[in-house]
Design a protein around this ligand. Structure first.
Ligand code: SAM
Length: 296
């Protein structure tokens, strides 16, 4: 039998089920065993582990994960793929396909259900992400603090580069700081366009995110930290003094004293600040806001 990832097998399934790839759902399927193996190995999945897969497509990664894990739950939005997945995964009794939108799926509940069945292994989230919602998916997983041990996902290279950027570089931005706040990032593999059917316009990268056990910086107010980062990068070309003026109603002179108290030169731009420096600024904003509220 042709392997599931072979273009011929995919074409047969497309014909049999009259399936058409949806560009708007980001349906570029993997047809390269080496990359599939790199994602599975890179995720660190072991035989006790629970896997959650985002967007199984025709099931190439799902089948590979099912070979190594205790259980795989895969969430697929496209109803046309559900009967195909029923066929391609019929030999696995440790796979559950959920038809739904990953953005609306309660993953804590999914994990809880598997835990209540007695599964105690690590939680590994994997996926070849639909590129139109890469960032929202990653941020949902992090902000909702899904209790996952690792998140190993393929995404467009440009987004992976932003996530992995260093302060001072052009790609360093709010996404870098936000992801870095929740996890450490490692590079797993590069994937050229040629390993997908159909081929996307851009190259891709697989990265792994490992959730931090502890918050990397001390914060008075986490929401304000993210607000400070977002405002700082909102107008990249502005100095911090100008970009942050107005945050929580603070005037320019107040931001100037916030930056001074945080030890940051007000003419610096957000892209030069480390996470620790953003934390220092956010904590001084919090102090200033509190001071104002107390009527000083
Ligand atoms: N894992 C398969 C592979 O590598 O061949 C398919 C990957 S393809 C890049 C992305 C998959 O995510 C598609 O099957 C698509 O239908 C699905 N998808 C798109 N948006 C989704 C969403 N909001 N929730 C769940 N799945 C989604």
């Amino acid at each position: 039998m042709d392997k599931l990832y072979s273009p011929l097998k995919m074409a047969q399934l497309r014909d049999k089920y009259d399936f058409r790839h949806s560009k708007s759902l980001g349906q570029n399927f993997l047809s390269d065993k080496n990359i599939i193996d790199r994602i599975i190995e890179g995720s660190g999945v072991g035989k006790e582990d629970l896997v959650i897969e985002i967007g199984p497509g025709m099931g190439v990664l799902t089948a590979a994960a099912a070979e190594c894990a205790a259980h795989v739950t895969a969430v697929e939005i496209d109803r046309h793929l559900i009967p195909i997945l029923a066929e391609t995964l019929k030999d696995y009794d440790n796979v559950n396909i959920l038809h739904g939108d990953i953005m609306k799926t309660d993953l804590k509940e999914v994990i809880q259900q598997q835990r209540s069945r007695g599964l105690t292994g690590k939680v590994r989230i994997i996926g070849n992400l639909p590129y139109y919602i890469t960032t929202p998916i990653v941020m949902k997983l992090l902000e909702e603090e899904i209790p996952a041990d690792s998140i190993t996902v393929m995404m467009q290279k440009e987004v992976a580069d932003r996530i992995q950027a260093s302060p001072g570089s052009k790609r360093y931005g709010a996404l870098t700081v936000a992801v870095g706040f929740y996890c450490t990032v490692s590079h797993i593999a590069n994937a050229p366009k040629e390993v997908f059917v159909p081929r996307p316009k851009v190259d891709s990268t697989v990265i792994r995110l490992d959730l931090r056990g502890e918050q990397p910086v001390n914060l008075v107010d986490r929401k304000l930290f993210f607000e400070t980062v977002k405002n700082g990068f909102g107008q990249r070309r502005k100095t911090l003094l100008n970009a942050l003026t107005g945050i929580r109603g603070l005037k320019k002179e107040e931001i100037s004293s916030v930056l001074q108290a945080a030890g940051i030169d007000p003419v610096r731009r957000a892209e030069t600040l480390s996470m620790e420096e953003f934390a220092a600024v956010a904590n001084e904003v919090a102090a200033k806001v509190q001071h104002a509220e107390e009527g000083y």
